[in-house]
Design a protein around this ligand. Structure first.
Ligand SMILES: CC(C)(COP(=O)(O)OP(=O)(O)OC[C@H]1O[C@@H](n2cnc3c(N)ncnc32)[C@H](O)[C@@H]1OP(=O)(O)O)[C@@H](O)C(=O)NCCC(=O)NCCS
Length: 101
């Protein structure tokens, strides 16, 4: 959970996918977007992952989600490739980003 003065404003996760770990983050209420809270949460998660000797983290993001992509780049993630999900009408493609220690 991502909390701000004891109020839950979002969540972040890290799950094992073969030799990589995937992270996902959502800050629910728009009024908390663009204030650096998500970026701070990702940086904390990365620090914790490195303590656990997790060195390869990826995520997938909508290619037009500029705020998210900027946030991930500030945390060190690199743009890798576009992944197609042609059967998924709502999310036909994502951008895969990776962070390797
Ligand atoms: C994506 C998310 C985690 C980013 O966290 P955040 O705390 O809002 O990110 P930041 O405040 O650090 O902003 C990141 C950058 O985007 C920029 N930004 C903010 N609003 C923007 C907008 N509307 N358009 C473009 N860039 C924007 C900020 O200026 C910042 O860049 P800077 O530090 O160089 O100025 C958060 O916004 C969120 O949860 N959004 C909704 C759900 C979502 O999109 N999840 C990701 C799914 S993959």
């Amino acid at each position: 959970m991502i909390t701000l003065s004891d109020k839950v404003i979002g969540h972040i996760s890290l799950s094992k996918k073969r030799t990589w770990h995937e992270t996902q983050i959502i800050i629910g209420d728009k009024k908390y977007w663009g204030k650096g809270y998500g970026t701070e949460a990702i940086k904390l998660l990365i620090k914790y992952a490195h303590k656990l000797k997790i060195s390869k983290i990826f995520l997938e993001v909508r290619p037009d989600n500029i705020r998210a992509i900027k946030s991930y780049e500030k945390c060190g993630f690199k743009r890798k490739r576009i992944i197609k999900y042609s059967e998924n009408k709502h999310l036909p493609e994502t951008l895969r980003m990776e962070l390797k220690k």
